[in-house]
Design a protein around this ligand. Structure first.
Ligand code: NAP
Length: 207
């Protein structure tokens, strides 16, 4: 795995997931800037990559991220976000909706499907037999590689799921979501997505 080219990480959202990712990245030697709903976003926006760790219902209230490498760690959770029809449409992954809103941003989906507990407690060094995996999806191979290297650096095996539309394979309601799986298991889980009930719903909608 190539060394991550991400040396500075910005995080939008200072809640459970933002803090967990901040701690992992800081422990891995990155410079991290994090901001909640109040505060100075400038240091976040100049970082090499920006993690979105806010409630998904806030996706239209984000700062301009044109040109930025954006890591979408958000999930649609209707109990929190309210019913948002655009995130209930099985023809698009939630990250595709986010990417359309963030004009010019290079969106990669990652770090969304592990629980807060897993992010806080289950990071391991490369080769550790208890190391678990994180799915990564995006439309640009170089950006996928960059984010995969970050995932590796903070303690997880990256597994490339495909383009941004393939993000649907590790959203809520899927087997991958919340699974503390190693890379071989996660590859198998993603591969059998289309045979799952959720996969059939998505497949029918997309055909
Ligand atoms: N919790 C998990 O286990 C988990 C796991 C994976 C992914 N996720 C996803 O990660 C996202 C965040 O979840 P969380 O559990 O970390 O939520 P959380 O603990 O409620 O934290 C949300 C954070 O977002 C901030 N925020 C809200 N609107 C904002 C805006 N417009 N700009 C900047 N910051 C804003 C909040 O700031 P204030 O406090 O100032 O309002 C707060 O710091 C969600 O989409 C969730 O689905 C969660």
């Amino acid at each position: 795995m190539a060394t991550s080219s991400i040396q500075t990480l910005g995080i939008l959202g200072a809640g459970r997931i933002g803090r967990a990712i901040r701690d992992l990245a800081t422990a891995a030697g990155l410079d991290v800037a994090m901001v909640g709903s109040k505060g100075d976003v400038a240091p976040v926006l100049t970082a090499d990559a920006v993690v979105l760790a806010v409630p998904l219902g806030q996706y239209r209230n984000l700062p301009r991220l044109e040109g930025a490498l954006v890591i979408d760690a958000m999930n649609y959770w209707w109990e929190l976000d309210g019913h948002l029809a655009q995130f209930e449409d099985p023809t698009t992954s939630s990250s595709e909706v986010v990417a359309r809103e963030l004009t010019g941003a290079r969106v990669v989906k990652a770090l969304n499907h592990l629980s807060g507990y897993a992010l806080e407690e289950l990071a391991r060094s490369p080769g550790d037999e208890e190391r678990i995996a994180v799915a990564v999806a995006g439309d640009n191979d170089a950006d996928i590689e960059t984010v995969s290297a970050l995932v590796d650096r903070i303690g997880f095996d990256p597994v490339v799921a495909g383009d941004l539309s393939a993000g649907v394979k590790f959203e809520p309601l899927t087997e991958a979501f919340g699974a503390d799986a190693d890379s071989a298991e996660l590859i198998a889980i993603l591969a059998r997505f289309w045979d799952s009930q959720r996969g059939r719903v998505v497949g029918r909608a997309r055909n």
